[in-house]
Ligand binder design. Structure first.
Ligand code: KIV
Length: 256
């Protein structure tokens, strides 16, 4: 798709029904993101998410997909400790979910060596650079990354390192658009942006954010394509009213 200059549309999903809707609507790639910790479980960060939780959600999502590529996020400390642990955990994620690839955050040298081992073992890896939420504490918060010259140079080098390590694609999160554009032109694999401007080869958003379900979250890059929180409130308060007034169930909803 990169070579055909066809933009890639990716979204996150965490359950079977939504996965089916995404697949039917033409999404190219579905990510079971560890954002599940925040948008599904109400955690403050992605750090508490476990591999068992990712596998549970990815299995549900897999059942909803017919066409789209399925990528599973590997949670914090499932791939950083050693290449052996990474192979065991990423292998488990693919084997137990039916996903086609895993996503790992970071581009440092040791991680690139691990990615090489994973790719050699037959495990396709999507990289993730820029704001890497599993490193929120060392980054000092959820913030734009790559404005300073030193960070910019580091990110360009890390993108090249991930290509050499064998990644098939890289998510670029919260980068200035010119830097994301420079990385996109430099690497032969697709870049998928979130808060990284229009020059990436594709875009990804977190599903509850773009559907307007996560009302408290309003970063500048986010576009809401629906206002589902409003619709849910209206539907549920209509139901509550009708139950209290004895309007539901009506004769058409009752059995003789
Ligand atoms: O966890 C997630 O949903 C992600 C996307 C924001 C890319 O990593």
């Amino acid at each position: 798709m990169k070579h055909r200059q066809e933009r890639i549309a990716m979204l996150t999903a965490y359950d079977y029904l939504m996965a089916g809707l995404l697949d039917e609507s033409g999404v190219d790639c579905v990510l079971v993101g560890d954002s599940v910790g925040q948008v599904f479980a109400g955690e403050e960060s992605t750090l508490p998410v476990t591999l068992d939780q990712m596998i549970y959600h990815a299995r549900a999502v897999r059942r909803g997909l017919r066409r789209a590529l399925l990528v599973v996020d590997m949670p914090f400390l499932t791939y950083q400790i050693s290449a052996e642990e990474a192979i065991r955990n990423c292998g488990r994620a693919l084997r137990e979910t039916g996903a086609q690839a895993v996503k790992l955050e970071g581009g440092y040298e040791e991680l690139a060596r691990t990615i090489r081992r994973l790719v050699d073992a037959g495990i396709p890896v999507m990289g993730h650079l820029g704001l890497t939420p599993q490193s929120v504490h060392s980054l000092g918060g959820y913030r734009l990354v790559g404005r300073a010259d030193a960070e910019r140079g580091r990110l360009l080098a890390e993108a090249e390192r991930l290509v050499e390590a064998g990644c098939f694609s890289i998510v670029l999160e919260m980068l200035p658009k010119d830097l994301a554009g420079a990385i996109t032109r430099k690497v032969p694999i697709p870049t998928i942006g979130i808060g990284a401007g229009p020059e990436c080869d594709g875009q990804v958003l977190v599903l509850p954010d773009m559907l307007g379900l996560n009302e408290g979250f309003e970063p500048g890059f986010l576009k809401r394509y629906a206002q589902l929180a409003e619709e849910v409130r209206e539907a549920v308060s209509g139901y509550v009213r009708e139950v209290k007034d004895g309007v539901y169930p009506g004769p058409e909803h009752s059995y003789e």
